[in-house]
Design a protein around this ligand. Sequence first.
Ligand code: NAD
Length: 482
Amino acid sequence: MDQDYDFESFFIGGSWRRPSQTSHRLTVCSPTDHRRVGSAPLATPVDVDAAVEAARFATINPSWSALSGHERADQLERLADELDKVSAQRAGLTSLQNGMPIAVARFAEGDAPVGLLRYYAALARSTPTEQTRPRIDGQGSTVVRREPVGVVAMIVPWNFPQVLTMFKLAPALASGCTVVLKPSPETTLDAFVLAEAAERAGLPAGVLNVVTGGADIGRYLVGHPDVDKVAFTGSTAAGRDIGRICGELLRPVTLELGGKSAAIVLDDADVADLVTGLATASLLNNGQTCHLSTRVLVPARRHDEIFDALDALVSNLRIGDPLDEATHVGPLVSERQRDRVLGYIATGTADTSLAVGGAGRAIPDRGWFVPPAVFGRVRNDSALARDEIFGPVLAVIPYGNVEEAIAIANDSEYGLGGTVWTSDPDAGLDVARRIQTGSVGVNYFDLDVGAPFGGVKASGLGRELGPEGLDAYVNLKSIFVR
Ligand code: NAD
């Protein structure tokens, strides 16, 4: 690492502003070898107040909200160009901070945010601000306007910090909102690299502001009197808390929360294709991805065959330095997360009714590594099947017939992702239609920037991505004209 990631100021109102308390700092260490990656000031409520005030000022002066879609699109494209120049740096910084394998980070954290900005720039150009409709009663017309909601508080997690920020930032900017971003303490540094790019791109002052901190400062931002909307990605527990605060304030909120999705393996699925697909659909980013299909539902008669194939998969994944191109599985983000996941593995391993695969492999002696594990003959009412473990741990659950498989898939607190595996895509689509979830893949899972993404049940409220992603950042106003 030849870059200095020690930041002294927050990005507020278009410039770098010293924190209100200079002794209050946050250090980010690598989960791979615990070396220091960098540091940043920690915000106090005084800093958050300044950031919200700057975001408010920018809605009116210079009037970001009043720019045309074309003018905003030009700005988004300039930001995309600047981010593109530092794609490799941003991807590497994510890997350094959270252990994401670099082959994943290069696309997901480096390139994808740039593509998202360009996609929403195009939508900013093509989405009309006003539509004039004839009244239903035939008495004149109504102008329906899309107006930006105003100042948006954005709170993001550590697992995909750059791209999950952009899920929110790109449509918010395209819609004419201004933003106060609070990244996770674990991955704070890349948010400053984003701010530097915004500065180089000449994004108008106050349109993007970055402050730091943990849950306490996040809560303060969520409840700030001058915030108009909250966009949150993170755990269901924090989402419930944020939802409560926003409910009391009657403040619009989007919540992208946890998941425990099902892979339904139909009787005709090819085991080799299944295992190749699940390596991504169930284990991406060391198992720290919200939509993963971590409950693998298999026909009872094929249980042992599929369990053995998954045992071979997890046993052969290459564990190591996330900056090494060949690594499949890096460390988990933190000691706390590692201990939590090891706890589930220990409980599963101690249960003699389960088949156990993977779990005992050697791992590097430094870093928060967890050997990927698969458990067989898991019951859907056990903690292994119900809790979001957020690590490389799979639960194989046998089922009797397809109706039972669908019932098991839907018997979950969550509803975020999911997959169906079959050699008959039409049959897969039929099953996919019946899963209570926000998104589901047939024979693979990969988000589509052009289609909405989000959860049902405890997986969240609202949608991101696609043209629908703009809707979270606009208020609709009807003007009756005669
Ligand atoms: P987390 O909820 O602990 O933290 C997320 C962010 O919220 C952090 O910035 C944190 O500082 C802040 N925060 C925590 N409590 C808060 C509160 N009460 N008020 C305001 N801010 C608060 O989650 P995490 O451990 O960083 O991330 C992992 C979780 O995120 C998993 O549950 C995962 O499923 C979820 N996630 C969901 C999606 C999705 O799109 N649905 C995507 C990625 C991750």
